[in-house]
Design a protein around this ligand. Sequence first.
Ligand SMILES: CC(=O)SCCNC(=O)CCNC(=O)[C@H](O)C(C)(C)COP(=O)(O)OP(=O)(O)OC[C@H]1O[C@@H](n2cnc3c(N)ncnc32)[C@H](O)[C@@H]1OP(=O)(O)O
Ligand SMILES: CC(C)C(=O)C(=O)O
Ligand SMILES: [Mg+2]
Length: 517
Amino acid sequence: MRTIDIFDTTLRDGEQSAGVNLNTVEKIEVAKQLERLGVDVIEAGFPAASKGDFDAVKRIGETVKNISVTGLARASIRDIDAVWESLKTTAEPRLHVFIATSPIHMTHKLKMTPDQVIEKAVETVKYAKKLFPVVQWSAEDAGRTDLNFLVKIMERVIEAGASVINLPDTVGYMTPQKYGEMFRFVRENVPNIDGVKLSAHCHDDLGMATANSLAAIENGADQIEGTINGIGERAGNAALEEVAVALRIREDFYGASTRLKLDEIKKTSALVSKLTGMRVPANKAVVGNNAFAHESGIHQDGMLKEKTTYEIITPELIGVNSTRLVLGKHSGRHAFKNKALELGFDLNEEKLKEAFDTFKDLADKKKEIVDDDLFSILTNKQTEIGEGTGFNLERMQVQYGMDNIPTATIELRDENGDLKQLASTGSGSVEAIYNTIESMLPSPSKLLDYKINSVGGGRDALAEVYVRLEYDGDNTSGRGTAQDVLEASARAYLNAVNRLLQQKATMKEKVAVKAGV
Ligand SMILES: CC(=O)SCCNC(=O)CCNC(=O)[C@H](O)C(C)(C)COP(=O)(O)OP(=O)(O)OC[C@H]1O[C@@H](n2cnc3c(N)ncnc32)[C@H](O)[C@@H]1OP(=O)(O)O
Ligand SMILES: CC(C)C(=O)C(=O)O
Ligand SMILES: [Mg+2]
């Protein structure tokens, strides 16, 4: 049985999803869960892209100890240096450097001739190899690259020191047969390919990312790149959970496996979905809420007689807990702590106590507390912004009537502890709330996107609101959870503003430290 390496790019290509913006604390939580899931490599970001990305990659490298962490770089010395500076103290610093090789990209985007692209690729890989023990080189848009050119450039970058070569289907154009043939072709034609790992990186524009990744494995790929829940640029990347479960369920056919602890999949999927605000569709393979639901009579009859009639994956395989009611208002701290650990949260005593208090408050209002509720409370606690940052919602009252103008009265406490109160109207309750908050904030802000999900099921389910906004000229996003949709809406707005203020404060502090102030 071959073992396939799993290269997770949720925090790099996944974060390139439109509207997704994770802060460093959230990225670290995802990285820790990816470590528990057992991925082999985490691509933590693109350090040259921004100070925030640089810091996140550095902090993840310092936090995650048992797996390799990498950062992405263009074929540019400045980008490579940024990855090195962010990862140089980690156990196995790894670089991922790329340049496009398709005629379309070379001509129109890079404005370089094929020979110039080879020269640039070789020069940068040689430079990188002096710093990094492992250099992964990617031929961006390999899927639309001339195969003979691909062979030529691969031979040269391997000579220069690349030991992992990735052949991305950057625009999701490939079919399984064509993508598989490309891997077979380079295996058979690149003269110095022995000992080099081949990696597949698929996008889902035509809905074939998982099938293409599996075809690459059939044809000699040693590593699969993808993201949790398949999030990513445009239609997303290959969903790692789909690839790993397909290999397990069809072991007979693929004869390959991964090192993933499959029973951590559901938890990882839920965390990524919650933090990114990208809800997993109910019918999504492996991790969708309906993936194990049997609705029709004939199917239910079959399931009752023999589960294998309609179930090829068991919920337990991916860590779905069939006992849904877990804790109630009579539960104590020990059971709560145990449950938190079982759900993968290792909070300090203070945060645990605060989470327990929130749980007790909720248990007073809600009939059943399910894992989803606890997961939401614990994730919010784990990733919350520190005290004293930005604005706190102290009180809110909303008046709504079909024949009245909706009015929101809000009391906010700012970071100096001062209380402010204001009332405004709007065409609906949420607009009234947002008009009031916007009038109370010191800088101009504008709502760009609003999404609402329910956590778990039932009429008393928690509401989770995601917003994207522009505040003081910068884009930011936030989420808020509450039993009431209006309170969740207000909290999400303030969370977005507070996240931005905290990010700016951290940057300012760093600049001051650097300047020795
Ligand atoms: C397929 C992928 O997923 S690729 C990864 C995509 N991820 C990102 O882009 C991360 C976020 N990006 C950023 O923050 C910015 O784009 C930066 C910091 C990387 C670059 O910003 P800018 O310097 O302002 O350049 P901008 O983004 O406008 O254009 C990209 C430039 O990089 C060049 N470029 C693109 N890919 C490569 C490459 N692999 N190697 C070298 N140069 C490259 C382009 O040709 C263009 O160069 P030009 O300015 O000479 O025309
Ligand atoms: C940077 C590369 C690997 C990429 O994300 C792509 O080509 O899709
Ligand atoms: Mg990609």
